[in-house]
Design a protein around this ligand. Structure first.
Ligand code: SAM
Length: 278
């Protein structure tokens, strides 16, 4: 469990491989990434069996429990996407998006400012309004998220304090989607990154974590990013070592029709976990 773990033992080789991951992200192309993952066929809203509706359903169900609320929610490694925040925005006063890359932070800023060349998230917002079933108009939700997304910060999950001095107080909840395994060269660094981001969360806070199962790479334009392959057991073990209690764990098997050559993902996991109160 958490107490026996040596969280500071990455060593020189570990630091080199983390630096290599950072280098590989310099070619990350947000537009290509959005095209690969957030357009049809993966974003097909006519079927709940498709991966994007599945993710949105997991998040909507978690917030519908009524257990996850507070002042601040931090999204770790937001990338150029906001879908992961749509169900959260009713339950927090302020949402903080974060990413390692300035190009991704700029994409998010432009969406918040409603710049004309922004990615069209409207099918996502409409779908989430529909499955939440609260009768909310999609434009209202869009405005609400833009209003609550007040800070877009730089982050490095490999640092013991991922937000450094930018963190004013630990968050009431965390969301992170497809980040930790996609930026970690191996399992120990994945576990350490999870430990590091856990410092952003107050004791008793909730963590909604979504990620890739048994993936070794994904593409984002010219960038080919390495991913540490993780299983459900690996994710459970990492969460337990960082002192979480798991409330819900769901897995999605990627169907052959969605294996489109942009990655080699086998499936997707969703976890609703809660940090120990100590
Ligand atoms: N959350 C988005 C999603 O659901 O599609 C983006 C996930 S993308 C696979 C991984 C993200 O991790 C990228 O946006 C990348 O810039 C970011 N990243 C890379 N290195 C990182 C680091 N050291 N710390 C935090 N985020 C990092």
């Amino acid at each position: 469990m958490g107490g026996a773990q040596d969280w500071n033992s990455s060593g020189a080789a570990g630091r080199d491989s983390i630096a290599a991951v950072g280098e590989s992200y310099q070619k990350f192309n947000p537009r290509a990434y959005l095209q690969n993952n957030y357009m049809p066929p993966r974003a097909n809203f006519s079927s709940e069996d498709c991966v994007v509706p599945w993710k949105l359903r997991c998040l909507a169900d978690a917030f519908a429990t009524g257990d996850i609320y507070g002042r601040t929610l931090i999204d770790v490694g937001s990338g150029p996407t906001i879908y992961q925040l749509l169900s959260a925005c009713d339950h927090f006063e302020e949402i903080i998006a974060t990413d390692y890359l300035e190009v991704n932070r700029e994409v998010l800023r432009r969406w918040v400012q409603d710049e004309p060349d922004s990615f069209d998230w409207s099918p996502y917002i409409k779908y989430v309004c529909r499955i939440e079933g609260k009768g909310e108009q999609w434009k209202e939700k869009e405005q609400k998220l833009r209003r609550k997304l007040r800070q877009i910060l730089s982050i490095d999950v490999h640092q013991p304090e991922p937000l450094g001095s930018q963190l004013r107080q630990p968050a009431d909840a965390l969301v992170s989607t497809f980040c930790l395994e996609a930026v970690s060269p191996d399992r120990p660094s994945f576990e350490r990154a999870l430990h590091n981001v856990t410092t952003l969360l107050q004791p008793g806070g909730h963590f909604l974590l979504i990620g890739a199962l048994q993936e070794t790479f994904y593409l984002a334009g010219e960038a080919k990013l390495s991913v540490v392959p993780v299983s459900e057991a690996d994710v459970r073990e990492a969460l337990s070592k960082s002192g979480y209690h798991i409330h819900d764990f769901r897995t999605y098997l990627m169907p052959p029709s969605l294996k489109i050559g942009v990655d080699d993902v086998s499936g997707v996991f969703f976890v609703h976990a809660q940090k120990a109160v100590v």
